[in-house]
Design a protein around this ligand. Structure first.
Ligand code: KG4
Ligand code: ZN
Length: 364
């Protein structure tokens, strides 16, 4: 069955390509993202112009449980997906008939959540004949940098720090990624969320630690900066998280009052120091003069300031998306989808959700 669909897909695709060629039309990507707790859709014109960026966040719902509940996330995505897609088209002033291709996140992420976006994208593609393109979520995060930095082109090094990933990536060309560093345990965002929970800030922890840190002293407590044996670029955050928990336990046992703002600021400084040190070492070693950040943690104000200052000192061009394009959104998937589209990538109707999808490897 998949084979027949793929053949049909190819035919429709070729027809669409011919129509596009004939009319020299703009390329409009309808993008869909539902890998975690945001249901999002966007229309992106010619790769870098975001015509709409609709995000329906489930944060308030998951806050009740202190973290994302996968089953609830899937159900909420089902409720919202059609509405969000309609809104994205309406806001962009583009009809479905004008859409060149549909890009959808197919991994990594929560399988039930991913399936909602993938199924919606496949249904629209099947009903209209518009080509379908499966996009890697992290590729989307990296590509968010192209939206506001019109001059940014590969090659460059990108630090991707999200709730599930901490990767140092060389972007060799559009769509070509080489991972040179990764976390050995917790992702940076995960560490933020766990420490926030430990000091009673709740979910999502990153933005709350970011805010509270502004009232604290980053040098009040010395938390460890982990080095990973055998790699200059890999990260490890679980020891840091344990150090914070041990510090809290120690204070409790001694009956000492804790200063949450100092803990938040000192923890954040420890994370930022490690991220900056490893990233800049990579930029130097690989002799690239462009560096970008991406992912939810990239919206952290201390992290952005630290990188801006460090890059400025070393004459490295520093790129970062606005906070709204750092956390999960569909515009970034639209940008990545555009570059995949012009490179000829097409997915068949056998496209499936791949919860542990690896960056740089395409899977059906
Ligand atoms: O990229 P993202 O929206 O979703 C994933 O793909 O994981 O990242 C979410 C993560 C969460 O761990 C959240 O706490 C963290 O990004 N985050 C932040 C900030 N905003 C979001 N971490 C630190 N500072 C922030 N301002
Ligand atoms: Zn993400």
């Amino acid at each position: 069955m998949a084979g027949i669909w793929q053949t049909q897909m190819k035919k429709n695709d070729e027809e669409t390509m011919h129509v596009n060629e004939a009319k020299k039309k703009d390329i409009f990507i309808l993008a869909i993202e539902s890998s975690c707790d945001e249901t999002a859709a966007s229309v992106v014109k010619n790769g870098r112009e975001v015509l709409s960026n609709v995000i329906s966040s489930q944060i308030a719902l998951h806050t009740l449980y202190g973290g994302v509940v996968p089953e609830i996330a899937s159900r909420k995505h089902i409720e919202k997906i059609n509405q969000v897609i309609e809104e994205a088209l309406k806001e962009a002033g583009v009809t479905l008939q004008e859409i060149t291709a549909i890009a959808v996140t197919y991994g990594p992420g929560l399988v039930g959540a991913l399936l909602v976006g993938v199924s919606a994208a496949k249904a629209i593609s099947f009903a209209t004949g518009i080509p379908l393109i499966g996009v890697h979520h992290i590729e989307g995060h990296i590509n968010a940098n192209y939206i506001e930095n019109k001059d940014l082109e590969p090659p460059f090094i990108c630090l991707v720090v999200s709730g599930g990933h901490s990767h140092l990536v060389i972007v060799r060309e559009y769509g070509k990624y080489e991972i040179i560093g990764r976390t050995r345990d917790d992702a940076a965002g995960e560490a933020f969320d766990k420490v926030a929970r430990a000091i009673g800030l709740g979910y999502p922890g990153g933005p709350k630690i970011d805010k509270l840190s502004k009232e604290g002293n980053p040098n009040a407590i010395h938390f460890p900066r982990a080095k990973v044996e055998g790699s200059n670029y890999d990260f490890s955050f679980s020891g840091l998280k344990s150090a914070v928990l041990n510090y809290l336990n120690g204070c409790q046992m001694k009956g000492e009052k804790v200063n949450n703002a100092d803990i938040a600021a000192s923890f954040q400084k420890a994370v930022v120091d490690v991220l900056v040190e490893h990233s800049l070492e990579a930029v130097k070693e690989y002799k690239l003069d462009k560096f970008a950040i991406a992912g939810g943690v990239a919206s952290n104000s201390t992290l952005r300031n630290a990188f801006a200052e460090a890059c400025d000192k070393r004459d490295i061009e520093f790129y970062h998306p606005s906070p709204i394009f750092c956390t999960d959104n569909a515009a970034m998937i639209g940008v990545a989808g555009y570059y995949e589209y012009i490179a000829g990538t097409r997915s068949g109707y056998d496209l499936n959700a791949v919860p542990n999808l690896k960056l740089g490897k395409r899977e059906a």
